[in-house]
Design a protein around this ligand. Structure first.
Ligand code: T3D
Length: 257
């Protein structure tokens, strides 16, 4: 299996398992990955998703060895049928998504990492917009997602030069939400994921929608959206539970509804 699933409580981990090619994505793996993401998005028992790679890398993007050298193929088709829906499913799923970045994330692998809501890295984390090395342009949303974190100047520098961004720099730009020693990565990701999976999932979903919308909405539109979202959150069981827990001075037990 090139994509492995594991579940602990309400946390689903989706792991790309092709360590011999740094988890680069061939056709079969992209299809399995998209299907796993879509199932996790639909499954109400899953309240947080962790994206991971096996071995020393997160993901090295498209599998460059899976295409016969010089063979004609449609890059547009590759993006429209696989990468774009992968990115959209991650960005639009109504639950928190964490990327566990233990090593290199390159090309579309970097896009997948940036599409996640949160990223946790370790000393070995390296981010590379590898496209220019092979004469391609950034895709899978990277031209927007990277520039939002680092600004257009650094994004263009990374696109032109394909220089690696190391973990410390990624943390400084806010790309990494946490940077921990390699031997603490699994435990840290697990703690974050379990905390999110026992949180107010409906409120998290509305929060994710608001933050995504904030990029393109006017202030007036965003204020309207927040008011509508708060109406929904305010009617949720989790709001009642949160207030009761506060008044009773105990931790809340959120159901996600
Ligand atoms: O359909 C479409 O094509 C459109 C979509 C495009 C989206 C994209 O993602 S395009 C960008 C594709 N990715 C890359 O260009 C990255 C290529 N890889 C690298 O530049 C380097 O491997 C890394 C910087 C990621 C890591 O370098 P390093 O020195 O840590 O490892 P390495 O020795 O280069 O790689 C280890 C093995 O993984 C090696 O195999 P070998 O020689 O030991 O048998 C290497 O060939 C393999 N590998 C790494 N990346 C890929 C790969 N094999 C296939 N495809 C890869 N992307």
């Amino acid at each position: 299996m090139t994509v492995e699933l594991s579940q602990e409580g309400a946390v689903q981990t989706i792991t790309i398992n092709r360590p011999e090619v740094l988890n680069a994505l061939d056709q079969e793996t992209k299809a399995s990955y998209l299907s796993a993401l879509q199932k996790a998005a639909r499954n109400p028992e899953v309240r947080c998703v962790v994206l991971a790679g096996s071995g020393r890398a997160f993901c090295a993007g498209e599998d460059l060895k899976s295409h016969p050298e010089g063979a004609k193929r449609s890059f547009r088709e590759s993006l429209v049928s696989a990468y774009n829906p992968i990115i959209q499913t991650i960005c639009e799923m109504d639950k928190p998504v964490i990327a566990r970045l233990q090593g290199v994330a390159a090309g579309a692998g970097l896009s997948i990492a940036l599409a996640a809501d949160l990223r946790i890295g370790s000393d070995g984390t390296r981010l590379i917009a590898a496209f220019s090395r092979i004469g391609l342009v950034p895709d899978s949303g990277l031209s927007q997602m990277l520039a939002r974190y680092v600004g257009p100047g650094v994004a263009l520098e990374m696109f032109y030069t394909a220089r690696p961004m190391e973990a410390e720099e990624a943390a400084r730009f806010g790309i990494l939400n946490a940077l921990v020693p390699a031997d603490q990565l699994d435990a840290t990701v697990s703690t974050w994921a379990q905390n999110l999976a026992t949180g107010p999932t409906l409120a998290f979903a509305l929060t994710k929608q608001a933050v995504r919308r904030a990029d393109r909405a006017s202030l007036a539109e965003l204020l309207q959206f927040e008011a509508a979202a708060q109406e929904l959150a305010g009617a949720s069981q989790d709001h009642q539970e949160g207030v009761s827990a506060f008044l009773e001075k105990r931790p809340p037990r959120f159901s996600g509804r």
